[in-house]
Design a protein around this ligand. Structure first.
Ligand SMILES: [Zn+2]
Length: 404
């Protein structure tokens, strides 16, 4: 089952009853967390047994479905806490600070035509939340193949989970193999007997990272006398950076997926899982890994939603192997890969060819083959470049979800 959370803003402020409900919900979550910690349990049922009666006594009129989902939220907080504890990170006693609540799909009703949520507060008291519905939102509301999952309510917005069964991936007729670099995806598109170089550039991601990194450093120095303020400002800086980078990564992913969907391509990516960064070295280097991982995550998840096959292969030696004769180069290369057999090509594109060949040899790319002789050195297809990012439509989803 695939789930996609879609953010909706409300047409007016949250009704006061709903606000009180959020406060009660938070109270229930935090009570359950404390009870769970004392009794060392984390499952929803155990928490239910433990905390239900007491909370019921204090809040006799709260809708019981909401109470149950508060225990679920508490359970997941406790599980995270336990995981951290096991890893040796001893945090404080966890508690939920932000106002929020979660309602399972039986505990609310959404009129998909009018965009009005009917939320029960307690017996005999319901509130209506009118959602701001844009064209982007319509796509999800009108698609009856999507069922409704949980609803998360925040003071200024709600998140509706839409669910569907994962569609079966199509049988690929071509392949798009991509080597992921700090500033671009470089690769090869193979269709029939032809092969062309492709590129999707995102140079501003590294720029944004660098800029925010410098800014954080400066903040730390400037606010060295007050760690609390320094931490707060740095966190804010970090959130801003993530938002800006995410926006760009979604744009890149959307163009790659559009291309793959139109040409029925399998997407081949390197498996970044084993990618270890040397911790003690430059902070810069460590910072630059997450956007690439994030980009893969976005591509994989969106591909799944659309039924586009994605193949991940071990990238070991992919940047120093010759795809023609198999020789391995030991010295570090410049921008171009050169081999004694005469083969030479852009280093990144060469790596993507090796990724593709690994995928083919493992039978992961259907019946596709790759003929290096058919590689057209002089053709470069641009999947994405920053100029294409001219902000098309602000869709009220904090810029995270791009327009497809
Ligand atoms: Zn060679």
């Amino acid at each position: 089952m695939l789930v996609k959370g879609v953010v909706f803003y409300l047409e007016s402020d949250l009704p006061v009853e709903a606000r009180h409900l959020l406060e009660d919900f938070r109270l229930a979550v935090n009570n359950a967390i404390r009870a769970g910690l004392r009794a060392r349990v984390t499952s929803r049922n155990a928490l239910n047994k433990l905390a239900y009666k007491d909370f019921r006594r204090e809040h006799p009129r709260m809708y019981s479905q909401h109470l149950v989902s508060a225990f679920e939220v508490a359970g997941s907080v406790l599980k995270n806490h336990r995981k951290c504890f096991r890893k040796g990170v001893t945090g404080r006693v966890p508690f939920v600070k932000r106002l929020m609540m979660k309602a399972e799909n039986q505990a609310y009703r959404l009129n998909r035509k009018s965009g009005v949520i009917d939320l029960p507060i307690r017996a005999g008291c319901h509130v209506e939340l009118k959602l701001v519905v844009s064209q982007y939102h319509r796509k999800y509301l009108d698609d009856m193949a999507l069922s409704l999952g949980s609803l998360t309510i925040l003071p200024d917005r709600v998140v509706v989970a839409f669910r569907k069964d994962a569609p079966k991936a199509f049988v690929p007729e071509s392949a798009l193999s991509l080597d992921t670099n700090e500033r671009s995806l470089d690769g090869v598109f193979v269709e029939g007997d032809g092969a062309k170089a492709v590129k999707a550039e995102f140079p501003d991601v590294a720029l944004i990272q660098q800029r925010h990194h410098d800014r954080r450093r400066r903040l730390q120095k400037k606010k060295a006398f007050d760690r609390r303020i320094s931490r707060k400002l740095c966190r804010r800086e970090g959130a801003r950076e993530h938002r800006r980078i995410n926006y760009r990564l979604h744009q890149v992913a959307n163009s790659v997926l559009k291309f793959a969907e139109e040409r029925k391509s399998a997407i081949v990516l390197e498996d970044l899982k084993g990618f270890k960064s040397k911790r003690s070295k430059e902070l810069n280097r460590r910072l630059s890994v997450w956007p690439r991982r994030k980009l893969h995550q976005i591509i994989e998840y969106k591909a799944q939603w659309k039924g586009i096959p994605v193949v991940k292969v071990d990238p070991r030696n992919s940047s120093r192997t010759c795809p023609i004769c198999g020789r391995m180069q030991h010295s570090r290369m410049g921008a171009e890969f050169k081999c004694e057999c005469g083969w030479h090509l852009d280093r990144h594109i060469n790596a993507s060819i090796n990724l593709l060949q690994t995928a083919i040899s493992k039978g992961m790319a259907g019946g596709l083959r790759f003929n290096p002789g058919a590689f057209q050195h002089d053709v470069m297809m641009i999947l994405y470049e920053p100029a294409m990012a001219a902000r098309s439509e602000l869709n009220g989803t904090s810029g995270i979800v791009g327009v497809t």
